[in-house]
Design a protein around this ligand. Structure first.
Ligand SMILES: [Zn+2]
Ligand SMILES: [Zn+2]
Length: 264
């Protein structure tokens, strides 16, 4: 099986813990064929406001230093998880023109600046109205993000805020928005990811995957969102089984933003 983990964080992410070399060792031990490092950069800070510009230096240095040791064991790719592109698209274009980049996950972790810009992680979800207000804003931002296909290769964890919400919160009322998002992803030659959230989120992806297939979606990556070496690759077998079950025959890998389909 050609296992890939295309969503992983190292200590260069604010909430990361280990160097890339440790994440790559874990990937080899887990039997992965490819590992893409996708440290965070969010244009909006955790509690709102524009973040300082990104310095590519440490990420490039870490990536280049790790490459030789894994040359015969693992394909390593250089990516980034870029958050909040719609709120400053010019900066996103400028920053993401970095020529060594293989892959960009376009994510939304924050409320829009108009709604305060708070990271979804910090909001309180004890009332359904609060959950749906956050989701209204989230999908409105996602509709803006898919009109900026030059700022991402695949759309990050589409169902992200559900991680923090009670299980009774449903996405049914966002079906039209989600369909529009998925159609635009396909029309612009972009893809989506199945983010296993370290193996905790597999089945909730089923309706998204089915709609994406209905829209003609083919390009899809799989990622664990691991922030620790012991979590690299968690949920991949289950994710691959779900992909096969929903009609996918390939996972996608990227080299300098160029997608290649690998048989499942
Ligand atoms: Zn994320
Ligand atoms: Zn992430």
């Amino acid at each position: 099986m050609y296992y890939i983990d295309y969503h992983t964080h190292t200590l260069l992410s604010p909430d990361g813990n280990a160097p890339l070399s440790a994440m790559a060792e874990a990937a080899v031990a887990a039997g992965l064929s490819q590992l893409c490092v996708t440290d965070h950069y969010d244009r909006i800070m955790e509690h709102g406001g524009i973040a300082p510009d990104y310095d590519w230096g440490p990420a490039l240095e870490q990536f280049r230093a790790a490459l030789p040791a894994f040359r015969d064991k693992l394909v390593l790719r250089f990516g980034i998880e870029y958050g909040s592109a719609p709120f400053d698209p010019d900066y996103a274009r400028r920053m993401l023109s970095q020529p060594e980049l293989d892959f960009v996950i376009g994510s939304l972790h924050n409320m829009s600046p108009e709604q305060g810009g708070e990271d979804f992680y910090f909001l309180s979800y004890d009332r359904p109205e609060t959950c749906y207000a956050a989701l209204d804003d989230y999908f409105a931002s996602m509709l803006r993000l898919v009109e900026l296909p030059e700022t991402y290769d695949i759309l990050g964890h589409i169902i992200y805020p559900l991680r923090y919400m009670p299980p009774e919160i449903r996405l049914d009322r966002y079906q039209d928005a989600i369909d529009t998002v998925l159609r635009r992803v396909v029309e612009t030659g972009r893809g989506i990811e199945l983010n296993t959230y370290c193996g905790k989120t597999i089945e909730p992806w089923r309706p998204i995957l089915e709609r994406y297939r209905d829209c003609g979606g083919e390009l899809i990556t799989v990622g664990s969102d691991a922030h620790y070496p012991e979590r690299v690759g968690l949920g991949l077998p289950e994710a691959y089984a779900l992909l096969r079950d929903t009609g996918f025959r390939y996972v996608t890998v990227y080299d300098k933003h160029i997608p290649t389909q690998m048989a499942l």
